[in-house]
Design a binder for this molecule. Structure first.
Ligand code: GLU
Length: 476
């Protein structure tokens, strides 16, 4: 049974890199009918915040990375960590260290002076008596020699000699356990089979493997979890992706009008590929993704490509589907489209030309809201070139229509053009401004069709008087 996890520390947003790791772990669990666990690593009480926990939960929900277990909170498991620290002490795998910070600093200075790698030299390993008045830390007794081999699913075998590692602190003097201890206890208790995480953790892995072994994780027929360290995501300047690159939290992409499936599609490709294929449905990812095929090298974040994928993802949806996806964005602008029977048709008309859901809202809001103001530039142009009777004429012809069909609507525009002997735009543009407030809209007949008879007539009528007033004002 495959078990994977996503264990973010709630000290900021759920960022792009975290979301990609979560996605890889989610995919790996789901494609093996396994379990995906969300664990909040909130033991750093100073830096962890409730807002950040919420941002993580919101991000996971928005991306539809559903977890089978959790969220577990490490702060609720302190008793368990203390128990394991005690077990390691009892079994002789850990010891109390009374060295002061100054003592350790001096030790490191001396090692540096000798050209050695600074490390704790294990001097408290053999101490038998406590030091009065000092609360000790607990250190793990790292094996003194031999190699640790990480059989990494992405990077291949990585071999580290134990002489490179020192006895790391697993509990601070106030009793609070450290990351390397808590992560191991949880990964073992939660029966993790695959640990998929950023390669910034690769230095921790041999230490964690040693602690796992000390806890019997590969004895009695049991196996260590498998590791997959995925490379970092870099900005265009080759530096690790950060706020400086404008890439903040996942939820910012929602706010900017990205579809969650587009973001996931982009993220999965950042570090993995399947031939030349760029666009994947979730189902295709579940079939095709392999953690073993993730690239070894870092990848570079490309905002334009993400936008392209978003455009493709918008085009792939029907108007009705888009209405559901864009509902939240409309409501942010005070527009409710849930009860609009024509919402799907309206969105269908513009989807080919919109790269984000925000653009979609912008280009279709006139369908759902009265026009409060005409685009001043459009109005100005209209007034200058206007032939006053055009809208009166159009109104008459529209009103006389017995069937409100695209064909008939087209005919009204075209016959007005022919009868008044003017260019097509001279007729189409005033209608556009009248019904949309601006000169940009999908094809005029389609626009009027979706708007419907009553709204169209009311808007043409209203615009006609607004227009006349503007002409009068200009002449005065
Ligand atoms: N809490 C750690 C982090 O957010 C988890 C690392 C891991 O996957 O072990 O970096």
């Amino acid at each position: 049974m495959t078990v994977t996890r996503f264990p973010p520390s709630p000290t900021g947003y759920l960022h792009i890199g975290g979301a990609r790791t979560a996605l890889y772990s989610w995919l790996h669990a789901k494609q093996n009918n396994g379990t995906f666990i969300l664990r909040i690593e909130d033991t750093d009480l100073e830096r962890s915040t409730q807002e950040s926990v919420q941002a993580i939960l919101d991000g996971m929900e928005w991306l539809e990375l559903d977890y089978d277990e959790g969220p577990y909170y490490q702060t609720q498991r302190f008793d368990r960590y203390k128990e394991v620290v005690q077990q390691l002490l009892n079994d002789g795998h850990a010891y109390h260290c009374y060295c002061s910070k100054e003592e350790v600093d001096i030790m490191r200075e001396e090692q540096r002076a000798k050209g050695e790698k600074p490390r704790y030299d294990g001097r408290c390993r053999h101490r038998t008596e406590p030091v009065d008045g000092v609360s000790p830390v607990v250190r793990f007794k790292n094996p003194l020699d031999g190699d640790v081999v990480i059989e990494d699913l992405v990077k291949g075998n990585i071999i580290i000699n134990n002489r490179e590692l020192d006895d790391l602190i697993i509990a601070r003097s106030d009793g609070v356990p450290t990351y390397n201890l808590t992560v191991v206890v949880d990964d073992l208790d939660m029966n993790m089979t695959h640990i998929i995480r950023g390669d910034d953790h690769i230095n921790n892995t041999p230490r964690q493997i040693n602690i796992m072994r000390a806890l019997g994780a590969d004895a009695d027929g049991k196996e260590l979890p498998k590791f997959a360290h995925v490379p970092m995501i870099l900005g265009e300047d080759g530096k690790r992706l950060s706020k400086r690159h404008g890439a903040v939290g996942v939820m910012q992409y929602r706010d900017e009008g990205y579809l969650p499936e587009a973001l996931l599609n982009y993220l999965v490709r950042l570090g993995w590929s399947h031939g030349d294929k760029e666009l994947f449905t979730r189902q295709e990812l579940l079939e095709l993704f392999r953690i073993e095929d993730v690239n070894r090298a870092a990848s570079i974040f490309n905002a334009e490509k993400l936008l392209w994928i978003n455009h493709e993802a918008i085009k792939a949806l029907t108007g009705e589907e888009l209405a559901i996806k864009a509902d939240w964005h409309f409501s942010q602008k005070g527009i409710t489209i849930a009860d609009e029977p024509l919402a799907g048709q309206a969105l269908e008309l513009v989807k080919e030309r919109t790269k984000t859901l925000l653009e979609l809202v912008d280009q279709t809001r006139f369908f759902f809201k009265d026009i409060e103001e005409y685009d001043p530039a459009a109005l100005k142009k209209w007034v200058k070139t206007a032939t006053p009777d055009i809208l009166t004429e159009v109104y008459k012809r529209l009103e006389a229509l017995s069937d409100w069909t695209a064909e008939n609507l087209h005919h009204v525009v075209q016959s007005t053009v022919d009868d008044l002997e003017v260019g097509f735009a001279k007729v189409a543009q005033p209608i556009r401004i009248a019904v949309t407030g601006s000169t940009q809209s999908p094809a005029i007949d389609q626009t009027l069709l979706v708007l419907g008879r009553d709204t169209t007539l009311a808007r043409v009528h209203k615009a006609n008087s607004a227009f006349e007033q503007a002409v009068v004002a200009r002449q005065a």
